[in-house]
Design a protein around this ligand. Structure first.
Ligand code: OAD
Ligand code: ZN
Length: 228
């Protein structure tokens, strides 16, 4: 039975109204990522960083999953083999569509404590002085993986890639490692690889197959061929 490992990026949530990072008008064209998405930026100006994530949390909390999220949930429920979704997205739209996903870059709806490591449901707005519910330290932060930090669950993901028969990267530009290297790891393990993106990305040549078009159309069509 075919095991499918899927990596998703911001392009999957774009049609739910959540902006991507590197496209025209994307988040990193409007904000300096060293200021809002690094541990050093947080140490320098925690209010600015909380403001940034508070705004993104508010946006994400009003967003609905689109046809791509629903199709992937359907695939996970109906494919006879294992379907593992690894997402770089910090929204909860895979879960809202009924899927389970490994959040390698963390989640907007979780907070964590830099002092003791506890994590909990994030309030809609977070502030630098919020005490940790576990140890009381004023060291709370969004449970987001920042640049310079190590993504979550990498050993679990590596084991899935090792046993994948099919690997798909959906709606990701392939610019951020280690996620950008998963296609090579999967191919080395013998998986067939496919990129599904609005247009062929700069790293499309690393994949066996390419499907282009908006995720809300291309992903349901791809899932239909897999399930038929
Ligand atoms: P990017 O913004 O780098 O790339 C988004 C990709 O989605 C691009 O290749 C677009 O062409 C594609 N795209 C846009 N709209 C689409 C649509 N409707 N359907 C299909 N594809 C579409 O976003 P990511 O690759 O997710 O990390 O970025 C990776 C990481 O960099 C993020 O997780 C984030 C960011 O900095 C952290 O914050 C740690
Ligand atoms: Zn704590």
């Amino acid at each position: 039975m075919q095991k499918i490992v899927i990596l998703t990026g911001a392009g999957v949530s774009a049609e739910s109204g959540l902006g991507t990072f590197r496209d025209k008008g994307g988040v990193w064209t409007r904000y300096d990522l060293t200021e809002v998405a690094t541990p050093e930026g947080f140490a320098r100006d925690p209010v600015k960083v909380h403001d940034f994530y508070n705004a993104r949390r508010k946006n994400a909390s009003g967003a609905e999953p689109n046809a791509a999220h629903f199709a992937l949930a359907d695939l996970q429920a109906r494919h006879p083999g294992e379907v593992v979704i690894v997402t770089q997205n910090v929204d909860n739209l895979h879960e809202a569509a009924g899927a389970t996903a490994i959040h390698m870059h963390g989640r907007l709806d979780r907070a964590c404590c830099a002092a003791c490591g506890a994590d909990w449901q994030a309030p809609l707005e977070m502030f630098p002085d919020d005490p940790c519910p576990s140890c009381g330290a004023s060291a709370t932060r969004p449970d987001i993986v920042w640049f310079g930090e190590i993504p979550k669950a990498l050993h679990v993901i590596a084991a899935h890639l090792e046993t994948a028969d099919l690997f798909a990267a959906i709606g990701t530009s392939g610019q951020v490692y280690p996620a950008a290297g998963f296609v090579t790891e999967a191919a080395r393990a013998g998986a067939r690889t496919v990129e599904i993106n609005l247009e062929a990305s700069d790293v499309a040549g690393l994949f066996d197959d390419r499907l282009t078009g908006p995720a809300s159309e291309s992903v349901p069509a791809w899932v239909e061929t897999l399930l038929s």
